[in-house]
Design a protein around this ligand. Structure first.
Ligand SMILES: NC(=O)c1ccc[n+]([C@@H]2O[C@H](COP(=O)([O-])OP(=O)(O)OC[C@H]3O[C@@H](n4cnc5c(N)ncnc54)[C@H](OP(=O)(O)O)[C@@H]3O)[C@@H](O)[C@H]2O)c1
Length: 262
C-alpha cells in the first residue's frame, strides 16, 4: 500500500485490543490524514490503551479514541452515545470517508453439533458474533448518513470458515457464513456503499492458541497444530498489508469474499 495520506477518515475498529484488530489500527493509523478519528472498541482497557499508544506514536495528527465495551451486551443507546461523542457530524472540513471494521469475533464452543441440544446456550454466541454486528452496523450507518454513500466502506472480517465446513467448528463456521451473507445483502441494498468480506488467513495469535488447544475434533486440531509447527501462520500485520491494499485498489465487487491468499 502506498504511504501517501488517505485523507480525513472516520474509522471504527471492533476488537482493537489485540490480534488483527490492533494490527488494523497500527497499519491504518499512519496513513490517515489530519483531522481523522480512529475509534477502537473491545473489552480490555489495557489492550486498547496499548493499541492507542502505538497508533499515536505513529501519527500524532489524528485523534485516537478507545472505549472499553462488551459488544455482546451493549445497548443501542450506548453505542449511539459513543459514536456521537467520537465522530462529530459538524466536523469541518468533514471526513472524506467513514470506514467500519467488524473485526471482533469469538470461537468459544469448539464441539460437535450433536452435543448442542440446548438452544438457549447457543443464543449468546450468535448474539455477539452476528446480531450485535448487524446492530452496530446499523447504528454506524445512521451516524454517518449525512456523508455521501459513496464515501462509506464496511469491512467484515470473515474467515475461510465462512465458506468451508470444519468438524467441531459448527458455531464459528455458521456465524462466519451468516456474517458474510449479512454483508452481501447490505451490498445489494446499498449499492453506493463499498462492502468487503475479508478472510485474513490463519494468524499467529491468541485465537489460534485456542484453536490448537480446544478443538474437539482431533483431525482438525492436529491440522491447526501443524500449521503452527510448519510455520504456516501469518503475522497479523502481514494480513493487514493485504487488506489495506485491497481497500486502496478498490477493485473488489461490493459484497465479495476476498481471501488473503486470493
Ligand atoms: N486468528 C485467526 O487465525 C483468524 C483466521 C481467520 C479469521 N479470523 C478473524 O479475525 C478477526 C480477529 O480475530 P483475532 O484472530 O484477532 O482474534 P482474537 O485475538 O481473539 O481477538 C478478538 C478481538 O475481539 C475482541 N472481543 C472479543 N469478545 C468481545 C466482546 N464481547 N466485546 C468486545 N470485543 C470483544 C477481543 O477483545 P477483548 O477480549 O478485549 O474484548 C479482541 O480484541 C475475527 O473476526 C476472527 O474470526 C481470525
Amino acid at each position: 500500500m502506498s504511504t501517501t495520506s488517505l485523507g480525513t477518515w472516520w474509522v471504527l475498529v471492533t476488537g482493537a485490543s489485540r490480534g488483527l484488530g490492533a494490527a488494523i489500527c497500527e497499519g491504518l493509523g499512519p496513513l490517515l490524514g489530519p483531522g481523522s478519528v480512529l475509534l477502537g472498541v473491545a473489552r480490555s482497557k489495557e489492550g486498547l490503551d496499548t493499541t492507542a499508544a502505538k497508533v499515536k506514536a505513529l501519527n500524532s495528527n489524528i485523534k485516537v479514541i478507545t472505549e472499553a465495551v462488551d459488544l455482546s451486551t451493549i445497548l443501542k443507546e450506548d453505542l449511539e452515545g459513543i459514536l456521537k461523542a467520537s465522530f462529530d457530524p459538524g466536523q469541518s472540513p468533514p471526513p472524506t470517508r467513514a470506514v467500519i471494521f467488524h473485526n471482533a469475533a469469538s470461537l468459544e464452543n469448539l464441539t460437535y453439533l450433536k452435543q448442542m441440544k440446548d438452544a438457549s446456550k447457543l443464543t449468546p454466541y450468535f448474539h455477539f458474533n452476528v446480531s450485535s454486528v448487524i446492530s452496530l452496523n446499523a447504528v454506524f450507518m445512521d451516524h454517518v448518513s449525512h456523508l455521501c454513500n459513496g464515501s462509506i466502506t464496511v469491512v467484515n472480517i470473515s474467515s475461510l470458515c465462512a465458506v468451508e465446513p470444519m468438524k467441531s467448528w459448527g458455531l464459528y463456521c455458521s456465524a462466519k457464513a451468516a456474517r458474510d451473507m449479512v454483508f452481501r445483502v447490505m451490498a445489494v441494498e446499498e449499492p453506493k456503499i463499498r462492502v468487503l468480506n475479508y478472510a485474513p488467513g490463519p494468524l499467529d495469535n491468541e485465537m489460534q492458541v485456542v484453536a490448537r488447544s480446544l478443538t474437539e475434533d482431533e483431525e482438525v486440531k492436529s491440522a491447526f497444530q501443524s500449521m503452527k509447527t510448519d510455520g504456516k501462520l501469518l503475522n497479523c500485520s502481514q494480513s493487514v498489508v493485504k487488506l489495506l491494499d485491497v481497500l486502496q485498489k478498490d477493485e473488489y465487487k461490493s459484497g465479495d469474499h476476498v481471501d488473503y491468499y486470493d
